[in-house]
Design a protein around this ligand. Structure first.
Ligand code: ZLM
Ligand code: CA
Ligand code: ZN
Length: 406
């Protein structure tokens, strides 16, 4: 009746726990875990659960998180809540991590770049520990499916938090589940390629493996000069010349594709396929981690690209064609209805299903999220407001590709 079939020749696992849905970063904070609820509604509404093995995620253990993060930071994350925050700030081993205040700071920062001030990128909110250890647990379970050969593709839309550092939260990211996953993969795979199509630079992952020639990181992101407020587009790193840590064996194992605002489907697809194709050819990865941040879509609240869902999905399809073990993660994405559409479409294409354009509004719990004419009421073709000028003109593709030749 639903017309969904299991893929032939490969197995897909889907990792999720609905408890992440109730989390609130704060009233107007752009990161809304509710987008994961909408994604789930579409995935189940279309019947994609019949094409995959679905697993309820369990929380990661502190010991697992310590494989990358500072032990003090891990303890702090495990204990912190709006109620415990003030007392924890007084504890000496945590207080030592309070950053010095700079004139640019608009909020009071506590240890590890966390804050209870409204307006903070990384707020302390109710249920935060539960949320962090759950999205991490889901990524680690997905990773385990791949390294044990039980699945060929594993998906966790609640993961992909690429900005978190060893002992610091950054840009809505607290635990770097991607780094933890790659550390596990390195026990089994000789080489891991990390690809990041979030509109922001995947700085936390790049930094973690800057000395590691067995991991190549490749990020596509908005990058530009300082604006009127003295800021670059977050996080401000990821220049074309940034190719890994100079003078170490990790040099040349980071690749960055900085992009101006307004890039469209045709330009992005050409760029993505040529650069990714060349990276795969040269690096010969044994497995791939793909961060699918949906803030690179047109009409995103924070992003400045003009991609449609079809082009975003073509990146996933292109990577899947390698038939290498593949971990698919979420990331950014701030216009919830479009995030859900993109990630549902991408779940379908990894299972070799093509979904009808007409969303099954009669069986999903929140049909109003997808039925507004002005927002488009189909799966792939919401008419995005193209709010960002195309500053890309003609991208110097030749130049970017030449960067790969060493
Ligand atoms: N101010 N509230 C992408 C992470 C992007 C740093 C400038 C905070 C916001 C943003 C927070 C409720 C991923 C910066 C911004 C205003 C210093 C960023 C709270 C609106 C709000 O309304 C907001 C009061 C907040 C934060 C906008 N922050 C927009 N952009 C970036 C971080 C994460 O998609 O890559 C992966 C998940 N931060 O630009 C400031 C410099 C803090
Ligand atoms: Ca990126
Ligand atoms: Zn982002």
């Amino acid at each position: 009746e639903h017309g969904i079939t299991r893929p032939k020749g490969h197995k897909v696992s889907f990792h999720y726990n609905s408890r992440v849905e109730d989390m609130h970063f704060g009233k107007t904070h752009p990161m809304k875990p509710w987008r994961l609820t909408l994604t789930k509604h579409l995935v189940l509404g279309y019947g994609l659960q019949y094409a995959m093995d679905t697993y309820e995620a369990v929380a990661a253990g502190k010991d697992q998180v310590r494989a990358f993060h500072d032990p003090d930071y891990v303890d702090f994350l495990a204990e912190v809540s709006p109620d415990t925050f003030p007392a924890l700030c007084e504890v000496e081993r945590y207080a030592a991590h309070i950053p010095e205040r700079t004139p640019q700071d608009t909020v009071d920062l506590g240890p590890f770049n966390l804050s209870t001030s409204p307006g903070a990128d990384c707020p302390v909110f109710d249920g935060m520990s539960t949320y962090l250890f759950l999205y991490t647990g889901a990524t680690l379970a997905a990773t385990n499916q791949l390294v044990t050969g039980q699945s060929d593709v594993a998906i966790n839309w609640s993961g992909g938090l690429h900005h978190a550092h060893k002992s610091e939260a950054s840009g809505f990211c607290y635990i770097n589940d991607i780094v933890l996953s790659i550390i596990d993969m390195l026990r089994v795979y000789p080489r891991v390629l990390y690809i990041d199509i979030d509109v922001h630079h995947g700085d936390g992952v790049e930094e973690a493996f800057q000395r590691q020639p067995r991991v190549m990181t490749l990020s596509y992101h908005r990058y530009g000069p300082y604006d009127e407020t003295g800021h670059r587009f977050f996080p401000g790193s990821g220049h074309l010349n940034d190719v890994g840590l100079k003078g170490t064996v990790g040099e040349h194992f980071a690749l960055n594709v900085p992009i101006a605002s307004g890039i469209d489907d045709r330009q992005y697809t050409t760029l993505f396929q040529s650069v990714t194709g060349r990276a795969i050819e040269a690096f010969k990865p044994s497995a791939i981690v793909l961060q699918c941040g949906a803030d690179s879509l047109g009409g995103d609240r924070l992003g400045q690209f003009n991609l449609n869902i079809k082009a975003h999905g073509e990146c996933v399809a292109f990577v899947k064609k390698t038939r290498l073990p593949l971990l698919i993660l979420g990331g950014g994405g701030y216009t919830a209805r479009n995030v859900a559409r993109a990630w549902c479409h991408e779940t379908a294409l990894t299972t070799d299903n093509t979904l009808p354009e007409k969303i099954p509004l009669d069986i999903i719990p929140r049909p109003e999220a997808f039925s507004r004419k002005s927002h488009g009421n189909g799966l792939l073709f919401p008419p995005f407001p193209r709010t960002h000028p195309n500053d890309c003109k003609d991208i110097d593709l030749e130049f970017m590709i030449k960067k790969l030749d060493h």
